[in-house]
Design a protein around this ligand. Sequence first.
Ligand code: ZN
Length: 595
Amino acid sequence: MKKESILYSVTPFDPYGHKVLVRLTLRNPEPSGQSFSLPAWIPGSYLIRDFSRQIETIQASSRGKPVGIRKTSNHTWQCDPCESTLELEYTVYAWDLSVRGAHVDETHAFLNGTSIFLCPAGREQEACHVDICPPPHARNWKVYTSLAEAAGHPRGARRHGFGMYAAPNYDALIDHPIEMGTPQVLRFKAHGAEHEMVFTGVAPNLDLKRIAADVQKICAAQIALFEPQTKQAPFLDSASRYVFMTMVTGDGYGGLEHRASTALMASRRDLPVIGQDKTGEGYQTFLGLVSHEYFHTWNVKRIKPAVFAPYDLSRENHTRLLWVFEGFTSYYDDLMLLRSGVIGESDYLRLLAKTIGSVQRASGRFKQSVAESSFDAWTRYYKQDENSPNALVSYYTKGALVALGLDITIRHASAGRHSLDDVMRLMWERYGRDFYNGAGAGIDEDAMAGLIHEATGVDVRDFIERHAYGREDVPLERLLPLQGISISWRPVSDNPTLDMRLRNSHGETQIATVYEGGAAHRGGLSAGDVLVAVDGLKVGDSAGFDRLLAAYQPGDTVIVHVFRRDELRAFDLVLNAPLASECVLEPASAVGKHS
Ligand code: ZN
């Protein structure tokens, strides 16, 4: 049979040294000298990460003879001219416990293609094979991935087995991460489509049945939202199943979306254990994350900004539309928990109130619009520091409020006939449904108002101009009552405040952020200062600091001692009244205000 023209073989080895060995066999290399590159970033996480720095050794050969290879840029290697099949052999250091990199130890291996698959220049559109090999130390390991088993290949892998897998092109190859090990696994079908969820890491008594039942409802509701007639799952264009790969740790949180899978980090305490029935806030956080990443299967993995179609993996790809791709997704993640029935209305309003509160607390929203924040994701949102709350707005949280504002505006202006759902469906039909079947086009940067008008008949140009491209707050005090929801604000604490955020670090209480214009800012305190005493009394941890302030009234002056660098400094500070920054949402009927 015809030999594979691009073949990777991947073997985790040296579990204590966290290594992956990759052999790349390339037939018909560029005779004048083939070059190879690794992506500078991983789609979905908008930061240049230079994955190539984890390649420790690399050598090239052809017919058993060495071929010269050298680096020509941060991410690129160039081979000497070579006429026949070229083989690269390289080792990758894999000890990044995140959803974005590669992680290998004696218990499992998690591999993102962006960390391990060098791309032969000019061969991006060619199909390739991947031979996934068991590490020498593995006992009973299985393979979990949405990558397709190489059907018909003599060494084609069986489901969950080691052996040959296949991808239609490089873009697909790096969009199906691979987990291997002995995880806990659950399976369910949503509208007939197979889903599997694997949990790596120690998680005793995990209530898999309960998680399966809840996640099934969320997936089914999302499939029905986008495809109300056919109920066709979106990932069937790329894979036979959807895989949730969850790494369980003490306090992990995060996710990264792919076309037929997602990598998640979850905290052990957020996951339900057998015999525990209530849906606590932690479990809602986990389900919200699951819902968020699954929603991306449509919104950003198939419906994309034009600048992501295709991605340029060698450099930053700037778009002003992340308020749509992350913001709308953040709006729908919790909303789909409500619609699918896994949480009730009061829990939903609590989650929404938390989002509203977090947006209102940061004054950076007056300096940056969500469109600007999106454009600057690479250098600002993904590189946050102590001043970020004063300087940035989140295209996730404020983007979610823009989506909420648009949804209510559309529902009100169309007398309930239309909603943001119609906008999602139009974007899906026009851009998403056939994205991997040859359409491949994305949404132009200034197209949103036109698309919303087309889907709903409602003119939202002014709304988008003010709240997405401008810096005005979404007018929720006016909009939420139109949906029968009352909004009010109350102080987070009864104690007077210095308007700063603290963190406990190594037994000390440090100032994490000084809010611009607040009491600490006016009095001279800075981020990084270590709190020592208030009016001569030892601070202790951050809770101790709050207890000390409880003895005072707003307007009182206190002397605060801090260490800045290693110098003891004293500042006179005038305490503020606590801000009413905690948002409270209730059904209007509950507070007697029918509208
Ligand atoms: Zn997201």
